[in-house]
Design a protein around this ligand. Structure first.
Ligand code: SOE
Length: 398
């Protein structure tokens, strides 16, 4: 569909779950949206030669390499897309920015506040030279979420009083599920908190335009020891029989916290990988003085909206099917009523990123926005460590 000759040559590091999701989006984006530049899937990087060669072929990349420094140092790469576990985000992103590459980095931005601060500072320096950076909080780009934000910004909910957010999964309920990288603090930074809690922190702040100023939290690691994995990729893993050696789980399995937002709202958050039966259940409800709105990822084409200004007899939650041509992003897809899915949020993410890079504007969420999420994660962790004491979120500018 793209009518441009300008190319942005993408180099992506990582090829598991997020790598596959991003590849699907890079493959699709210019076929659906008319953009000022065309993404070329130039180079994919992974450590294992056989696996990365297979990924390049399967996911549609022109070439592969096993050394991310090679990808960063090449003159024929414009954008570096970081889809690795959190422990390598900072190193790769910092090197890419120093080499003048635009950077898209998966969430959470980093494993620590110190890393996120360094990445934000580097992004700010690179920005002066026209280098753009963005963090991949993909759920912002679900059309119903973008619309939810618009309803709040247009004043349709009035003064926001409550934010209620849950992100629930159950893929590690079985104590025999192996100790994959997402369950190791040195690799992932934190557990359910950073992996899925980060999403609801970003999403609620994005939708309300308010920032979390302080929290009181509890976290728990229900299963403290797990068998070491024989093989793992994405969220799947296997063990070598029942006598497999075990190792300690060093992250939270669940995190629950209350928060205050700077616009006066009270908020509750729950992130868990132990919510049996909940596979990828992200739900956000916002209550304001003039109405309420509810988003549920498992019904991502819909919004529930309650408009308290309607005549009493007509009041009640109504369902908005977010598939009309004048809904965010939807005109590029199908006729009204023809729904979209999880992967479209990534296609929209690439759409916005390409547009920003090609037109020389700053994409959002910036690394500074993602640093602020990191500071909330940090406040939650500190609060839980000191017995749920009220803990202020540090300011972004230290
Ligand atoms: C795994 O818990 C995971 O894939 C997250 O890492 C993603 O960010 C989320 O979109 C779905 O769940």
């Amino acid at each position: 569909m793209s009518t441009t000759d300008r190319e942005l040559r993408i180099g992506m590091v990582g090829y598991a779950f997020m790598g596959a999701a991003h590849s699907q989006a890079w493959r699709t984006v210019n076929r659906v949206f008319d953009l000022p530049a065309r993404a070329r899937m130039a180079l994919i990087c992974g450590r294992d030669t056989g696996k990365v060669a297979d990924a390049a072929d399967r996911l549609g990349w022109d070439a592969y390499t096993t050394d991310w420094r090679d990808l960063i140092n090449r003159d024929d790469i414009d954008v570096v897309d970081v889809c690795t576990p959190g422990d390598s985000h900072a190193e790769i992103a910092l090197a890419a920015l120093a080499a003048g590459k635009h950077v898209l980095c998966e969430k959470p931005l980093a494993n620590t506040v110190a890393e996120a601060r360094a990445m934000t500072a580097a992004a700010e320096t690179a920005r002066a030279a026209g280098v753009r950076s963005m963090c991949g909080f993909n759920y912002r780009r679900v059309p119903a979420v973008t619309m939810m934000r618009q309803l709040v910004a247009d004043g349709r909910l009035g003064v926001i009083r409550h934010v209620r957010a849950t992100y629930l999964q159950d893929w590690i309920v079985d104590p025999q599920f192996p100790l994959v990288w997402r369950l190791q603090k040195d690799r992932a930074g934190s557990g359910a908190l950073g992996d899925i809690g980060a999403h609801i922190i970003d999403l609620t702040q994005f939708v309300t335009g308010q920032r979390i100023t302080g929290v009181s939290a509890v976290t728990e690691t229900f299963v403290k020891e797990r068998p070491l994995p024989a093989e793992s990729s994405g969220l799947a893993a296997t063990v070598d029989g029942s006598a497999s050696p075990t190792g300690p789980v060093t992250v939270d399995d669940a995190a629950v916290f209350v928060a205050r937002l700077d616009g006066g709202a009270l908020a509750t958050y729950e992130a868990s990988r132990f919510a049996t039966g909940r596979k990828n259940a992200l739900r956000v409800e916002i209550n304001g003085s003039l109405g309420s709105v509810v988003f549920d990822l498992e019904r991502l084409n819909e919004l529930e909206f309650y408009d308290a200004t309607r005549p009493g007899a007509e009041q009640g939650f109504s369902k908005i099917l977010v598939t009309e041509g004048d809904h965010p992003y939807m005109s590029a897809w199908w006729p009204p009523g023809h729904i979209i899915g999880y992967e479209h949020s990534f296609t929209h993410e690439m759409r916005d990123f390409i547009e920003a890079v090609a037109t020389g504007v700053d994409p959002a969420p910036s690394f500074a926005d993602a640093l602020q999420v990191q500071l909330v994660l940090d406040a939650v962790t500190r609060s839980a460590e000191i017995g749920s004491s009220w803990t202020e979120v540090e300011p972004t500018l230290a």
